[in-house]
Design a protein around this ligand. Structure first.
Ligand code: ZN
Length: 79
């Protein structure tokens, strides 16, 4: 009997930077830097340097933080 590895894709522990598009300058240059140790996530645009920091819950993914970031921008709370 051959046991095959489960095909479930697991993300490596190492944080892979994910790039999203910036609500301000429109460029795909927004990185979400998650610092699990500090329970914070920093969102920064490499182009216009729009930056914000969010509390990071264990369940949060980069995309969740990015959503908060765009929401905040859309309501005018970000410069
Ligand atoms: Zn930008």
């Amino acid at each position: 009997m051959v046991r095959r590895k489960r095909s479930t894709v697991r993300f490596p522990r190492k944080q892979i930077p994910k790039i999203f598009s910036c609500p301000k300058c429109g460029l795909t240059a927004v990185r979400v830097v998650m610092e699990r140790k500090k329970n914070t996530a920093t969102v920064i645009c490499g182009k216009c340097h729009l930056t914000d920091e969010f509390p990071l819950a264990p369940v949060n993914q980069a995309i969740d933080i990015y959503c908060k970031f765009t929401d905040k921008f859309n309501v005018g709370e970000l410069a």
